[in-house]
Design a protein around this ligand. Structure first.
Ligand SMILES: *[C@@H]1O[C@H](CO)[C@@H](O)[C@H](O)[C@H]1NC(C)=O
Ligand SMILES: *[C@@H]1O[C@H](CO)[C@@H](O)[C@H](O)[C@H]1NC(C)=O
Length: 387
């Protein structure tokens, strides 16, 4: 049964007093224990709901956010949750407008269960910030959701629409499963959405994203570092495809065991892309792309498969590829993209440093429509840049 409280511990105290056994718990020792009894369920709503929920993080085992209107320039901050807390979004969550870095939402903790109720949406109304410049220039745009430092946690059924810039940042997580998340920034195609990455993943392990739907204008998924990351059964539309990197030049430059499988990439600039920064050091190993369908309805890809060790901020404009970030044990198999690439785009681009790409598996890769790239470099023998 849901109870409504607004930012005080009164309910928790009342529950404790109501259930305390005065014989077993002498008054003199009961005060510290008052905080131990968490209210079963607390519901927060309206314009003070975010502040009240933040203030009550330790006192509710289930936090229901019902049509919360987060004031401008503030974070809906649930980064100090007790272990095993459940967070449920109901109705439409909205955010006020301000030019700042964000994030608009942050959730951290251990054993956390985050759920979107039926019909719930998280709507930061990003069009108010969109100016075609993304994070490069123009208005300062708040990042949307920091899913940071989540351990053994899950996020299910969140419907996110129109983020100002990057949508979901996953960092410092160990054991996070995200199921059936929708990030719909499709309005940004015509209204100036830019750098609206779906999932940016760094320094995390055991992260699984299942059944995501991402409509955006930048990477659908970008793994900058991390181990045991899986993206499965997803749909990516309008953006820059399924990416590793860019890797290099950060604190953590190791990508180990990442799988993209049984997913569809449509109307996107790239299908598959691995970017290793020129002149930096790091590791990209154990990456698998399997069962990826590239489809083009309105926009055809500029690159079907793009793997480069000379990334310097733009595609195909780097210098000589370098070998400081080897790409080893890479599997690209069962890729279907017949006619998916634009006629002036390239089907397969591979630019490797000397001895820096090895132990690759390449099987049933059918990506056509564009040109063959003639400057492929140090290509492993199992691969051909000619299609
Ligand atoms: C990975 O994370 C999931 C979800 O939290 C958990 O159930 C599983 O035990 C974890 N696996 C490992 C190897 O840590
Ligand atoms: C190839 O990928 C498609 C699309 O995900 C999938 O339906 C099919 O089962 C895969 N086939 C094999 C042999 O893995």
């Amino acid at each position: 049964m849901a109870k409504t409280i607004f930012g005080s511990l009164v309910l928790a105290v009342v529950l404790k007093l109501a259930t305390a056994n005065p014989v077993a718990q002498p008054a003199i020792t009961s005060a510290p224990n008052l905080l131990e009894k968490r209210a079963a369920s607390c519901t927060f709503s309206g314009s003070d709901g975010a502040a009240s929920a933040s203030a009550s993080q330790k006192s509710c085992s289930t936090i229901v956010l019902s049509a919360v209107a987060v004031p401008s320039g503030t974070t809906l901050d649930l980064s100090n949750l007790e272990d095993d807390t459940t967070v449920i979004f109901e109705g439409e969550t909205t955010w006020g407008y301000e030019e700042w870095d964000g994030p608009l939402l942050q959730i951290s903790g251990t054993g956390i269960t985050v759920q979107g109720a039926s019909g719930a949406s998280l709507n930061p109304d990003g069009a108010r910030w969109w100016d075609g410049e993304g994070s490069n220039d123009g208005k300062t745009k708040p990042k949307f959701f920091y899913a940071h430092d989540l351990t053994s946690s899950s996020i299910t059924d969140l419907q996110i629409q129109n983020t100002p810039v990057q949508a979901v940042s996953i960092n410092g997580c160990d054991g996070l499963t995200i199921t059936d998340m929708t990030i719909d920034n499709s309005a940004g195609d015509s209204e100036g959405g830019h750098n609206t990455d779906g999932f940016d993943i760094g320094s995390s392990s055991n992260v699984t994203i299942i059944g995501a739907n991402v409509y955006n204008q930048d990477d659908c998924v970008a793994v900058n570092s991390g181990t045991d990351i899986t993206f499965s059964g997803g749909v990516c539309s309008g953006g820059h495809g399924l990416s590793i990197g860019s890797v290099g030049g950060r604190d953590d430059n190791t990508v180990d065991t990442v799988t993209f499988e049984n997913s569809e990439v449509k109307d996107s600039v790239n299908g598959i892309r691995i970017k290793a920064s020129e002149g930096d050091t790091g590791t990209i190993t154990g990456v698998t792309y399997s069962g990826i369908t590239l489809e083009s309805i309105s926009n055809r890809a500029r690159y079907g498969v793009l793997i480069e060790q000379n990334y310097d901020g733009g595609d195909l404009n780097g210098g000589d590829p370098t070998s400081g970030i080897p790409i080893t044990d890479l599997t690209i198999e069962n890729i279907s993209g017949d006619g998916a690439v634009a006629s002036d785009g390239y089907n397969i681009v591979i630019v490797c440093g000397s001895d820096a790409c090895s132990d690759w598996t390449w099987d049933s890769v059918d990506v056509t429509g564009g040109e063959d790239y003639s400057d492929c470099t140090n290509v492993p023998s199992v691969v051909s840049c000619s299609t």
